[in-house]
Design a protein around this ligand. Sequence first.
Ligand code: FES
Length: 172
Amino acid sequence: MEDNKCCCSTQKNDFYKLDAILEKYQGKESDLIPILQNIQDSFGYLPQDIIEMLCSRTGMHPSQVMGVITFYSQFRLKPVGEKLIKICFGTACHVNGAETIAEALMDELGIDIGGTTDDGRFTLEAVACLGCCSLAPVMMIGEDTYGRLTPDMARKIIKSFYADRGEYVGKQ
Ligand code: FES
């Protein structure tokens, strides 16, 4: 019976959330970016049905909304994993080996930048300066910052997350 559970109430709640956001900005086209940021904060990404509802509620054209979403790298069309890993590619991190850190993480997790692991635990994202350049190269996992990284350290950090749950399945 669980499989046949109606999703209407979930959808209704999602639409209420959207309405609250639109009310705050009065659905103005000039506020499209903050509206999208609010939707993403609220849902963790930009769900397709919410974008469609945004267009029908405000009269904005879907191609215009999608144009903005795809132009800015901050917007995500897919759900993120349990933990978001932000790898810094700002200047200080770049000259201190951000690329090698990213390669180690991609290899360890088996995903590319922008991807999410099959188990839904991690999403990898490239960002500009995280504001702690003296620690370069830097990454953040959730709210935690990891600095002066080496590729080996980055791998160990990922392993420790899986080891915490006693379910490490990454590279040996
Ligand atoms: S450049 Fe990476 S933290 Fe500033």
